[in-house]
Design a protein around this ligand. Structure first.
Ligand code: SAM
Ligand code: SF4
Ligand code: SF4
Length: 362
């Protein structure tokens, strides 16, 4: 089994083919310049959050005087729905509601209820703080699945990571509530920052073994301009797997579907599975089918895109569905992003050019 553990640094899973000329794209098929289809739409419904996770919205930048977007600049639920419908017609199969903290957006369950009428999977990523209160309403609205972020199981470490003194027990209660209303199995995401919370890997693994939930460890990414990211603070997924494997034997299992971002491992003793997402050490740009709609209606074709495409302007100018569809198709067809595949310390974007995760939607 040990020989199946991945070495620390790997080339991308598969490298992308050369970019195609725009003129050479096949008609009637929505693919980007590297032949990737659009499958996942991530919608950020607020740029606000009640946490100040050190790797996402550090307090020094997102302080009391930080200017979040005024309400009028946010896409309305009607505007979001219009865009979502067009994306579904263009091939999107999964919609994820995110933010900021999506459960802070008032009446979010009303948006979910409308989205759930579309023939796609609707999921939501949350820090879990409002989940106990909202779980039933989310389930009733038709939400299919929920992912909860949890960066430690030790209260002191968790509080240090969220930096607002939020107790881990309340998030665990939220997970239990979501489970009780039938949103299980739940994915639990932990971003690992070396030297900050990597001592939580094993305690988290012990806690969620046999729970039926799927714990996933995410490599700390250089997204946004404010987290002061350094390569030496990234703990490679291979090391996460090795550490857990030392205590509980693991074996690799097949992806659920082609292009699944998380690499899956199962406990040999049958206690469930974990996942690792190696965005830094083993890029998966070649199968990246995600597009992001920001809180104020900008479309981003990559987490690391330096600018968006303004759909809100079109929506508010009274553009019809066909004009919107053409714009969306043009944006996807001209996509050539593969930042993580070609990122090295030397090519990492300077902070000033990056868009914050809380705005673009994680
Ligand atoms: N507030 C919600 C939450 O925390 O689940 C949703 C939005 S948050 C931006 C979405 C996901 O992005 C979370 O799982 C978070 O841990 C992850 N994230 C934020 N900054 C990150 C970074 N620098 N590297 C890796 N993941 C990050
Ligand atoms: Fe908020 Fe989520 Fe960012 Fe943490 S990761 S600060 S919970 S948006
Ligand atoms: Fe997708 Fe961009 Fe991330 Fe590559 S770097 S996987 S293209 S979001």
């Amino acid at each position: 089994m040990t020989d199946r553990i991945i070495p620390i640094y790997l080339p991308p899973r598969t490298t992308l083919p050369p970019a195609r000329d725009l003129a050479a794209l096949p008609e009637g098929e929505l693919v980007d310049r590297r032949n990737r289809r659009v499958r996942d739409l991530r919608i950020s419904v607020t740029d606000r959050c009640n946490f100040r996770c050190v790797y996402c919205m550090p307090k020094e930048v997102f302080g009391d005087d930080y200017a979040f977007l005024p309400r009028k600049q946010l896409l309305s639920f009607e505007e979001i729905l219009r865009v979502a419908r067009i994306f579904v017609d263009e091939g999107v199969e999964k919609i994820r509601i995110t933010g900021g903290e999506p459960l802070l957006r008032k009446y979010i369950e009303n948006l979910i209820e409308q989205l759930a009428k579309l023939p796609v999977e609707i999921t939501l990523t949350t820090n879990g703080s409002l989940l106990r209160k909202k779980a039933q309403a989310l389930k009733d609205a038709g939400l299919h699945r929920v992912t909860v972020s949890l960066d430690g199981i030790d209260d002191a470490v968790f509080k240090r990571m969220n930096d607002v003194d939020y107790a881990v027990g309340d998030v665990l209660d939220g997970i239990a509530a979501a489970s009780a209303v039938g949103l299980a199995p739940i994915k639990i995401n932990c971003v690992v920052k070396r030297g900050s919370n990597d001592d939580q890997i094993l305690p988290l693994a012990r806690h969620f073994r046999n729970s039926g939930h799927i714990l996933r460890f995410i490599e700390y990414m250089d997204v946004g301009a404010s987290n002061g990211w350094r390569m030496d603070e990234v703990l490679p997924s291979a090391e996460v797997v090795a550490r857990i494997h030392e205590e509980f034997a693991l074996e690799a299992i097949d992806p659920n579907y082609h292009g699944e971002v998380a690499e899956r491992w199962r406990y040999v003793d049958g206690a469930g599975e974990i996942g690792v997402i190696s965005s830094v050490t083993q890029a998966f740009c070649s199968s990246c089918t995600r597009i992001r709609l920001s809180t104020e209606g900008q479309l981003y074709t990559c987490l690391f895109a330096q600018s968006g495409h303004d759909l809100r302007a079109l929506l508010r100018k009274g553009a019809g569905d066909e004009a919107l569809r053409r714009e969306i198709a043009a944006v996807w067809q001209s996509r050539d992003d593969r930042y993580s595949e070609i990122r090295t310390a030397a090519t990492a974007l300077p902070a000033a050019k990056k868009i914050e995760m809380s705005y673009i939607g994680g």
